[in-house]
Design a protein around this ligand. Structure first.
Ligand SMILES: [Zn+2]
Length: 391
């Protein structure tokens, strides 16, 4: 074990993603992380490479794999599988980490809360916590940046700056590579095109355009129209678009007559879509959007029946605007959302103007770095005017 540790301690670098999670004021979970940073971890005079689980940083706290780090600090780590705990002993100090409980214990039986991460079956603890309880020094050197643990039993040879200079080429090279990968990732933002009130005679042209640009979209459909345009619905599924329910009557006096009436309309549409395609879509959009009609009783019944509901955050107004106005309003709203790093969900209808402007909209979104994806049940995020997290 010791020889392995020496080997590890001679080896190099660890890349840590610092994910500064933005305090989003909107109801939208952004698809991409806004700012990320690298950090390098050193122990005494060597930079560390973590071979399996990597350190992660969340909300400004660096979490490092306990076992790798403790070993480098000559601490003993014992895992107890029956109670899923780890006991760390260094010098005369000992602490027990209770993984399931997110707690730790010192000499006494008192337990204290601790945020514990599990990555690739490895236990990660806050770096500062490890340093404190193993009584090792912790320094931070900005230009790396390097977080460095210094064991008081070890005579170190290098200052933080000297350590950085020793590994400078390697560190800067890793940073370059990481930045390139990161930029690629950041450019892959997602936008969602959604089309309401179909399918109808315009739907085939919309599908043609989407196909031409390899773009994917989400269709919120009215039940009688799905029965009358089964080919269009089947084509949506074949071409990897998402299908969703938008009521039977599309009449606000009927849809919002009672929570049960709403539920019946959505269930009937969902069942018809299932009968046509074999796909059971839980996604709905209520006619005219969820405000003001979708009051609490209505939302309760949808939540209790496991529906996912989407409104939108970009309104094309394509049912009343000219082609030029549609294009300019969509562009303006998307640019605003991009500044806030909010994922656009764009409302369109199956109209003739929409058919006309769709290529320009797609070219604009692509030039802004967006990938156009269909809604996915497993990566559903809240997009409703009530900020109701259940939907
Ligand atoms: Zn509608």
């Amino acid at each position: 074990m010791i020889s392995l540790l020496k080997k590890v301690s001679h080896v190099l670098i660890t890349l840590t993603l610092i994910l500064f999670l933005l305090p989003f004021s909107t109801n939208v979970k952004a698809a991409s992380v806004s700012a990320e940073q690298l950090i390098f971890i050193a122990v005494n005079d060597g930079l560390v490479e973590f071979t399996d689980a990597k350190p992660v940083v969340e909300a400004g706290v660096t979490y490092v794999p306990l076992r790798s780090l403790a070993a480098l600090l000559n601490a003993e780590v014992r895992y107890d599988g029956t109670e899923n705990s780890v006991t760390v002993t260094k010098d005369s100090r000992s602490m027990k980490i209770l993984i399931n409980e997110n707690m730790y214990q010192l000499e006494s039986t008192d337990k204290f809360p601790l945020t514990i991460k599990t990555v690739q079956n490895r236990t990660l603890l806050p770096l500062r916590f490890i340093a404190e309880y193993l009584q090792v020094g912790l320094t931070f050197y900005g230009p790396g940046p390097i977080a460095r643990l210094i064991d008081k039993n070890v005579a170190i040879q290098y200052t933080d700056e000297q350590l950085y200079m020793m590994y400078k080429d390697k560190i800067e090279n890793e940073k370059q590579q990481w930045k390139a990968a990161h930029e690629e990732q950041e450019s892959a933002q997602i936008a969602y095109l959604t089309f309401d009130d179909g399918p109808n005679a315009n739907t085939a042209a919309i599908l043609d355009t989407l196909k031409k640009y390899n773009a994917h979209a989400t269709f919120f459909m009215v039940e009688p129209k799905t029965r009358n345009n089964k080919e269009a619905v089947l084509r949506m599924v074949a071409e990897k678009h998402a299908i969703a329910s938008h009521s039977v009557s599309h009449d606000k006096t009927k849809v919002y007559q009672s929570p049960e009436a709403l539920l019946n309309e959505m269930n009937k549409t969902r069942e018809t879509l299932y009968a046509i395609t074999g796909i059971d879509s839980r996604l709905i959009r209520v006619p005219y959007g969820s405000k003001p009609y979708l009051t609490e009783d209505f939302r309760n019944i949808l939540a209790n029946n496991n529906f996912q509901l989407w409104d939108w955050n970009v309104d094309s107004n394509d049912w009343r605007y000219s082609s030029e106005e549609i294009v300019s309003t969509v562009k303006k709203q998307v640019v605003n959302l991009k500044k806030k790093n909010v994922t656009p969900v764009i409302l369109f209808h199956n109209g003739t103007n929409t058919v006309e402007i769709l290529p320009e909209i797609i070219e604009f979104l692509t030039s802004e770095g967006y990938t156009l994806k269909a809604h996915e049940e497993n990566s559903h995020f809240m997009m409703n005017f009530w900020d109701d997290e259940r939907l």
